[in-house]
Design a protein around this ligand. Structure first.
Ligand code: ADE
Ligand code: ZN
Length: 345
């Protein structure tokens, strides 16, 4: 483990809370809720986490989410994630949840949002981690279903900062969700969308133009469109990149081929995130480590991922400034330490 990465204050902007359900907790919840699982142990389940593409992952991920039934389940899930955040020095997190994954199987929207929100409040009080909640529409479902879901989101505007778009990208471009995103914007929600994960660069352009997003989730397919890259740089449009996810879902063959460092050096506002850490083999520090092992980087560059995430976050300006100073202070402190160790040698 890289000590600099471990101590670096981090901000996570792309995390599906259902994707943080570790096999051990999944087994506990299944037992608590009287659910029979088609696996004999958490280890056997973890061994099944081999994916060919996004869809092969989503099939298993939606199955896993079925173990979540009660408000306490959603609380326990979120709390377990926050403990990982604490261990990784994550100071702020903006988490996604998929309301339709739960309402479609008869779990009330309130059960989900109240469990997640209560845990995040405990996280602020007990662990000092600030947070926001983003409700995502599933793009493989209809516009009508998204509009119905938005009615629930609206009732909980005091707890939800924005809306997003996730699930199967191929065959489900942003256009279908133009109207519901317009409604969300008008009601005062911020918007984000998965685009250019395994779908074409045009989905990134459309997410920006049709859905007025403040950030693009993934966005790594921008590499095929030079004009788009120029626009991302000029408009400071953040990309919430998920390196380990991209390897597990075969967006890139190996981390050495990943374009995140190239994008960073071009001046794109890229950030590092864990996406679905229970399924992709790592939380925030693991993602930072995987990138830095495959690509030689300076401390300043690694810290830039945190500074980018602070700028791209939905935090109020004074807290953003406080977090920037925390990262800058950490950089200065580690540089002074490294310089003094060098002068001793
Ligand atoms: N839902 C959970 N993880 C996702 C991902 N990586 N892409 C699209 N939808 C998702
Ligand atoms: Zn995602």
């Amino acid at each position: 483990m890289n000590a600099f990465i471990q101590g670096l204050p981090k901000v996570e902007l792309h995390l599906h809370i259902e994707g943080s359900l570790e096999p051990e907790l999944l087994f506990q919840l299944a037992q608590r809720n009287g659910i029979e699982l088609p696996y004999s142990s958490p280890e056997q389940l973890r061994r099944a986490y081999e994916f060919d593409d996004l869809q092969s992952f989503l099939d298993i991920y939606y199955q896993g989410a079925d173990a979540l039934r009660t408000e306490q389940d959603f609380y326990d899930l979120t709390w377990a994630y926050l403990e990982r955040c604490k261990a990784d020095n994550v100071i702020h997190t903006e988490i996604f949840f998929d309301p339709q994954t739960h309402t479609e199987r008869g779990i009330a929207f309130e059960t989900v949002i109240n469990g997640i929100h209560r845990a995040l409040e405990s996280g602020q009080k007990q662990l000092g981690i600030s947070s926001q909640i983003i409700a995502c529409f599933l793009r493989h479902l209809s516009e009508e279903s998204a509009i119905q879901t938005f009615a629930d989101v609206l009732k909980h505007q005091d707890k939800i900062v924005g809306v997003g778009l996730d699930s199967s990208e191929l065959g489900h471009p942003p256009e279908k969700f133009k109207r519901v995103f317009q409604q969300a914007k008008q009601a005062g929600f911020l918007t984000v969308a998965h685009a250019g994960e395994e779908g074409p660069a045009q989905n990134i352009v459309d997410a920006i133009e049709m859905l007025s997003v403040s950030r693009v989730d993934h966005g790594v397919q921008c590499m095929t469109d030079e004009a788009l890259i120029e626009e991302l740089i000029e408009t400071k449009m953040p990309l919430t990149v998920c390196p380990l996810s991209n390897i597990k879902l075969r967006v890139f063959d190996v981390m050495e081929d990943h374009n995140i460092v190239e994008l960073l050096r071009k001046g794109v506002v890229v950030t590092i995130n864990s996406d679905d850490p229970a399924y992709f083999g790592g939380y925030m520090s693991d993602n930072f480590n995987a990138v830095s092992q495959a690509h030689e980087m300076t401390h300043q560059e690694l810290a830039q991922f945190s500074l980018n995430a602070i700028d791209a976050s939905f935090i109020e300006a004074p807290l953003k400034q406080q977090y920037r100073e925390l990262v800058q202070g950490y950089l200065t402190k580690t540089k002074v330490k490294a310089d003094s160790e060098q002068s001793v040698v």
